[in-house]
Design a protein around this ligand. Structure first.
Ligand code: ZN
Length: 310
């Protein structure tokens, strides 16, 4: 079955200045690679709808949503949210709404069995956004909004979120900490930005802090030991992925030594987990990944495994 590939033109219009690493060219690199490696033929493309305010407020406080709406510039300036590293141009609010909406559509497509898996090629990313805070290039927590939609509107009781971005998914953890319907697994370089996650002891949060220079063998061993048995025992009805590829050895954003095959291995494990427990349903959302060539190669490997050959 084809994989749903969801994006929106506004995701190409959100820009935070000339030299910002979280740039529109990232999505071009992914699209170009899909064509070059032949995966394009196995994709069905969808335009993402905009998330509604009600959908955003499943995980964000209303005051925070209003703050983001009010922060959007109407001219050619860039507004830096809360003085941080996350900027908004005149197109950013639209892109953020459609990025969240992409994940909601992905959940709807897999829950209606129109596709077994969906990939959301979206920006701004989301996993650093908490209930009432943005940051780390994130405004709305796309994967959390999708997971909440699966719980609230599809009536699921167990959703697993696996976040293999090189940075801790602090926003997603904050949103679901203590919510036993969600098992959140986040691997990340530690100590490193955003500095959180190493001390969490809440049972539904499986954080995996790993040292700089972690390579594929160490990554695999840690995940096999810390995550895979717990994920099998949890028996998720839906698997969601915060797919960040900034742990690649060629990525300058952090200091892991992972390669395409390592992301491929984990994706294969998650796909098999989905086959065993979740009717093969997986929704994956782009988070980080800033070296364009490596990002394209990583996403093509990731999608190849999500398409599955069972
Ligand atoms: Zn990251």
């Amino acid at each position: 079955m084809n994989l749903a590939f969801i994006t929106h033109p506004s995701c190409m219009e959100h820009r935070m200045g000339e030299h910002h690493p979280e740039c529109p060219e990232r999505l071009n690199a992914i699209g170009d690679r899909m064509i070059a490696c032949g995966i394009e033929m196995l994709l069905t493309h969808y335009d993402a709808p905009a998330a509604s305010r009600e959908q955003l407020e499943m995980v964000h406080d209303g005051d925070y949503v209003q703050h983001i709406i009010d922060s959007a510039p109407s001219d050619d300036s860039i507004a830096w949210v809360d003085g941080g590293d996350t900027g908004m141009n005149r197109h950013t609010l639209t892109a953020a709404l459609h990025s969240a909406g992409a994940v909601i559509l992905g959940v709807d497509l897999v829950m209606s069995d129109r596709h077994h898996a969906a990939f959301c090629s979206i920006r701004p990313p989301g996993h650093h956004a908490g209930r009432r805070s943005g940051g780390g290039f994130c405004l709305f927590n796309n994967v959390a909004i999708g997971a909440a939609h699966a719980l609230v509107h599809h009536g699921l009781e167990r959703v697993a979120i696996i976040d293999f971005d090189v940075h801790h998914g602090n926003g997603t953890e904050e949103i679901f900490r203590g919510d036993e319907r969600v098992l959140f697994c986040s691997s990340f370089q530690h100590p490193y930005f955003p500095g959180s996650g190493a001390d969490t002891t809440t049972p539904n949060i499986l954080n995996l802090p790993l040292p700089r220079l972690t390579d594929g063998a160490a990554f695999k061993a840690a995940i096999e030991q810390a995550w895979l048995p717990r994920l099998d025992a949890f028996a998720p009805e839906l698997i969601m992925i915060s797919a960040g590829f900034d742990g690649h050895i060629e990525d300058d954003m952090a200091h892991f030594n992972l390669r395409e095959a390592d992301f491929g291995w984990l994706t294969r494990e998650l796909h098999q987990l989905a086959v065993r427990h979740a009717g093969e349903r997986v929704v994956s959302c782009l988070e980080g990944g800033y070296t364009l060539s490596a990002l394209g190669r990583c996403v093509s490997t990731h999608l190849d495994e999500l398409i599955g050959h069972v």
